[in-house]
Ligand binder design. Structure first.
Ligand code: DLL
Length: 438
């Protein structure tokens, strides 16, 4: 490839896989010792499963060890899973806890260095360097997005503008006046910003200096990426992470755009069959499981993320040897079962974004009138479609309904709303409202 890629840590990121395996094995053993001796939760889990840290003779033995699940963390809320005394924990984050108790993550100084390192790899993968001005619209606070991107910016020596989420009009002014070159925010908020830029009468390509975007924290499709790139005039990179493992920085897309490279020297990935827990080979879709290899305060062994994706090990054009994960196609817990058929929101997004007459804002409702599941997709018309009138909108509803039925194998109701008829989000977008349990 003609393009010269930036790699932050050549030694680790391009390490031959055999050598990497040795590093992983050594670090995995250390982590097992650490959790077994320091975290009562793991002493119990390992004893119940009849395994000891010394049973890990090769990476093939990983599958002998028990999984950790979110409920384990909730049962030991807040600090039970920590392996270091609280006085050595220098930063704490937590997930929102919308589906139960918050999950709390702790970091020692060493863990903060690991986080800064993996976030520097993220920034470099997209070509960020000293001289870049980063507009950080991820939320600052207990959410790991804002502070994770902040930390990495210092590591690469770029200038960080800690805007955080909200006050969208002001964000546009800041981007323009400060000459921001890198935008980091959720993909749904990137679209909100694109709209605000257009509303202000600006053309992102001419009036702004954005070159690169790192979008993540929620699922998005490649079609959504193209839409964001076109409207914001930047190259968008998918970035993945979760608070339990470190926050953003677990994996990131490189300019080859064929998956997200996992920082495998710090996070050990596996794919399992979500129903049986059996490990699956590379190339097979399943649930993503991570073990941390270098974390001190909050190490995790075989943590079930509930995210669904595929891992690829074939060499990448960018030179990195680290495994790539495909886009998250859904979660084991956001998969909708509609009249017995498995439906993922990403499949619906894919169909909606293939229509130029629709704008990429949508929400999915599931109801159960008369004991029968009803899937309703609400999506916005573009100004152009809306101006064509009622008949055009109704005709389009029929076309979308047909395309959805072909892609999902279930029928749905489609409501096309007026422009701005769907509520905008500032952080992670709520795409699915399942009203069946309510
Ligand atoms: O969302 C960390 C993050 C911040 C990642 C900023 C990227 C950018 P949590 O709040 O713990 O952490 O949520 C983790 O979000 O298990 C996935 O279901 C989802 N998720 C995160 N990144 C992506 C992505 C942050 N790129 C949960 N694509 C994860 C799809 C993502 N889903």
């Amino acid at each position: 490839m003609a393009k010269k890629y930036l790699i932050w840590n050549e030694e680790m990121e391009t390490m031959p896989r055999e050598e990497l395996g040795k590093v992983q094995l050594k670090r995995f053993r250390e982590t097992l010792e650490r959790v077994y001796n320091k975290v009562p939760l793991y002493k119990k889990l390992f004893d119940e499963a009849g395994v000891k840290p010394s049973d890990l003779k090769s990476l093939e033995d990983v599958a002998k060890f028990p999984f950790t699940v979110k409920q384990d963390l909730r049962d030991n809320y807040p600090f039970g899973p920590f392996a270091e005394p609280l006085e050595d924990v220098t930063q704490i984050h937590a997930t929102s806890g919308t589906t139960g108790k918050m999950t709390v993550s702790g970091y020692t100084d060493h863990d903060m260095k690991v986080w800064a390192e993996v976030m520097a790899r993220v920034y470099a993968a997209g070509g960020t360097k000293k001289g870049d001005i980063i507009h950080n619209a991820y939320g600052y606070g207990l959410f790991t997005g804002g502070l994770g991107f902040h930390l990495g910016a210092h590591e690469v020596g770029a200038t960080i503008v800690p805007v955080s989420a909200g006050l969208t009009k002001r964000q546009v002014t800041i981007m323009q006046d400060f000459g921001c070159t890198v935008l980091v925010c959720t993909p749904s908020y990137a679209l909100v910003l694109a709209e605000a830029i257009e509303e202000a009468g600006l053309d992102a390509k001419k009036d702004l200096k954005l070159r690169i975007g790192f979008m993540g924290a929620e699922p998005w499709t490649d079609k959504m990426r193209m839409e964001i790139e076109k409207r914001l005039g930047l190259e968008a990179f998918d970035i993945f992470g979760l608070a339990e493992i470190i926050g953003p920085g677990v994996s990131v897309e490189c300019p080859a755009h064929n998956g997200m490279h996992i920082a495998e020297d710090h996070f050990y990935p596996e794919i399992i069959d979500p129903a049986t827990g059996e490990p699956l080979p590379y190339g097979t879709p399943g649930e993503l499981v991570f073990s941390t290899l270098t974390k001190e305060a909050f190490p995790l062994v075989r943590y079930r993320t509930r995210d669904l994706c595929v891992l690829h090990v074939e060499k990448c054009a960018c030179g990195r040897t680290m495994v790539r994960m495909g886009k998250i196609t859904g979660r084991t817990d956001d998969m909708l079962i509609i009249r017995g058929v498995n439906v993922f929101p990403s499949q619906i997004e894919d169909v909606l974004l293939s229509f130029a007459e629709l704008s990429p804002h949508y929400i999915i409702y599931v109801d159960r009138p008369k004991d029968m599941d009803l899937l309703t997709v609400e999506v916005e018309a573009t100004e152009k479609l809306f101006d064509e009138g009622w008949d055009a909108v109704k005709g389009m509803e029929g076309k979308v309904k047909k395309a959805l039925a072909e892609a999902l194998y279930v029928s749905s109701k489609v409501n096309i709303k007026e422009p701005f008829g769907i509520q905008r989000s500032q952080g992670k977008a709520v795409r699915v409202v399942d009203r069946r349990e309510l």
